[in-house]
Design a protein around this ligand. Structure first.
Ligand SMILES: NC(=O)C1=CN([C@@H]2O[C@H](COP(=O)(O)OP(=O)(O)OC[C@H]3O[C@@H](n4cnc5c(N)ncnc54)[C@H](OP(=O)(O)O)[C@@H]3O)[C@@H](O)[C@H]2O)C=CC1
Ligand SMILES: Nc1nc(=O)c2c([nH]1)NC[C@@H]1CN(c3ccc(C(=O)N[C@@H](CCC(=O)O)C(=O)O)cc3)C=[N+]21
Ligand SMILES: [Mg+2]
Length: 305
């Protein structure tokens, strides 16, 4: 193996320790304990695991975490009413609706993902999925940063992989991963704000290309990259022949194959060519959860006034 392993799990631990300390200090100063409420609709096994992991991470950081478990038969109106209740509950600082929502059983009153995410108060929107928070990020004045993109930026920052002036190819253009990562890395100033990243490595000012399912000659495009970020959901989409020697490879993909977790990158092949690479598991995933904790503390601070 020639590539440096970018240990997301370890960096997430460091960030979580920083956050735990921040929480300890704010509670000691007489301020409220940050509280996150996750809403889980239905019984998708993967979602249940994620939500339980988030609950445990909150607890370890001194953040109050609760989970609303609603049946798959929940109607759109019922879910929107629950969100409205949490929006007005002053003891709840952050609200997260776990995705994907189940296929609606009620065709008359379905669970419409867009409507549901739009209903979360922008001041409690710890996923940063609401249009207001997306807009603020695009304009370079973020309130909440989306967790997975922020995790990628923290990883590059803390592993000393600046991207300023470099060519980053992001594969994937979803609203929750690809698009915001591309936006953050191409901005004029560093968007990361846990651990004062502004003072450190320049994880901004990249020249960014966004590739997607309609991209022609994907391999040729990716070969131009100093840094490749794969956020697609297809195992082994990114292979060694597509990687410029020495490039940084960040694998956001989470795919289950024969009961094992794999990313979008053919790790065994690519690690022989890349300069640095994230593993799956133990790469971007743990950072996503750490940045959710960060946003929950931020939400509590916003509520302080
Ligand atoms: N580590 C973490 O914390 C997280 C991991 N994930 C994982 O990241 C991956 C991506 O998630 P998400 O963004 O939600 O996925 P989406 O399915 O929403 O988006 C996938 C993107 O990949 C593009 N794509 C599909 N096929 C190809 C192809 N053959 N070549 C190039 N691009 C292609 C799609 O293009 P088009 O737009 O044309 O359809 C789309 O833009 C998944 O594996 C998911 O599980 C997601 C969230 C958090
Ligand atoms: N509203 C909402 N917000 C999300 O942030 C959100 C969501 N819905 N729906 C699903 C995706 C996916 N996601 C992951 C988070 C952590 C890991 C993670 O920690 N993964 C570990 C492995 C965990 C395991 O073993 O299963 C790792 O990669 O090492 C993975 C994936 C957040 N998501
Ligand atoms: Mg997805």
């Amino acid at each position: 193996m020639t590539a440096t392993l970018l240990n997301g799990k370890q960096i997430a631990q460091e960030i979580r320790a920083e956050i735990a300390e921040q929480v300890r200090r704010r509670v000691q100063a007489g301020k409220s304990q940050p509280k996150l409420c996750a809403i889980l609709v239905g019984d998708d096994p993967a979602s249940q695991v994620y939500v339980r992991n988030k609950e445990r991470a909150c607890e370890k950081a001194g953040i109050a975490g609760t989970v609303d478990r609603l049946p798959a038969t929940t109607t759109g109106t019922e879910l929107l009413a629950r969100i409205e209740q949490l929006n007005h509950d002053p003891t709840v600082h952050g609200i997260l609706v776990q995705l994907p929502l189940p296929k609606s059983e009620s065709s008359a009153d379905p669970l419409d993902e867009r409507r549901v995410l739009d209903a979360v108060s922008p001041l409690k929107d710890v996923d940063a999925f609401s249009p207001v928070n997306v807009g603020l990020l695009m304009q370079g004045r973020p309130r909440f940063l989306p967790c997975t993109p922020h995790g990628v930026v923290q990883l590059l920052h803390r592993c000393d992989r600046p991207v300023a002036g470099k060519h980053v190819v992001v594969i994937g253009r979803s609203d929750i991963v690809g698009k915001p990562i591309a936006s953050m890395l191409s901005q004029r100033t560093n968007m990361a704000n846990q651990g004062d990243a502004e003072g450190g490595r320049d994880v901004a000012n990249a020249t960014v290309t966004i590739a997607h399912s309609r991209t022609e000659n994907l391999a040729d495009v990716v070969r131009q990259a100093d840094c490749v970020i794969a956020a697609v959901g297809i195992p082994k989409l990114v292979t060694a022949d597509m990687i410029r020697p020495g490039a940084t490879v960040v694998d956001v993909g989470i795919n289950r194959v024969d009961d094992k977790l794999v990313g979008d990158v053919d790790f065994e092949g690519v690690k022989e060519v890349a300069g640095a690479i994230t593993p799956v598991p133990g790469g971007v995933g743990p950072l996503t959860i750490a940045m959710l904790l960060h946003n929950t503390v931020k939400a509590a601070e916003l509520a302080d006034g």
